[in-house]
Design a protein around this ligand. Structure first.
Ligand SMILES: [Zn+2]
Length: 183
């Protein structure tokens, strides 16, 4: 149900019929100063073209979003999402890749890059290895593999899935159409 709610919001976004902007932000802010009760969590890429709340037509306090280039699962990401599951009680978790992802493309090329950018590569390489040189495939597989990592490497998430209180899904956001396809 929570995933359906997210996808319904995405259909409104893709149709340019946002309803979240009609919400009174002052009231929403007042109601969420002391507590938050998001219904879903999203792990997405940091890419500026993937504004997660907009993409799902959601407003303040509705979705718990963790973002990192390449939507990869690291200990800090697991910790953040475990908080959303164990304390905030989110009912669905979506790992969201996106078309034309620069992090995935860079990991495929393995070019020399400045600073610590290449630390992302090792997380994305398993998907690259399964994609036979296709960027689109690597993006799709990466979202799926990161979702599987969340399911298996977090005891909190694993237990919530076993108790049927949480679902972890993977999807890809299409920059051109604005649509999210869940795999
Ligand atoms: Zn990206």
């Amino acid at each position: 149900m929570a995933l359906q709610e997210l996808l319904a919001g995405n259909r409104r976004f893709a149709a340019n019929q946002l309803t979240s902007i009609e919400h009174d932000l002052n009231i929403l802010k007042q109601h969420t100063v002391e507590k938050q009760e998001p219904f879903a969590g999203v792990l997405s890429c940091a890419d500026s073209r993937v504004p997660v709340e907009l993409v799902f037509d959601q407003s303040i306090g509705q979705i718990f979003v963790a973002r990192v280039a390449g939507n990869i699962v690291t200990p800090e990401i697991i910790a953040s999402l475990e908080y959303a599951v164990a304390v905030l009680g989110i009912r669905t978790l979506l790992v969201l890749g996106h078309t034309n992802c620069g992090a995935v493309k860079a990991a495929m090329k393995s070019d020399v890059v400045p600073g610590q950018i290449s630390s992302l590569y090792s997380h994305i390489r398993p998907a690259v290895d399964q994609s036979a040189g296709s960027v689109d495939k690597a993006i799709q597989v990466n979202a799926r593999l990161q979702a599987e990592l969340l399911r298996t490497s977090s005891t909190v998430i694993r237990q919530a899935i076993a108790a049927s209180t949480l679902k972890v899904a993977a999807g890809v956001y299409d920059l051109a159409t604005g649509k999210v396809a869940v795999s």
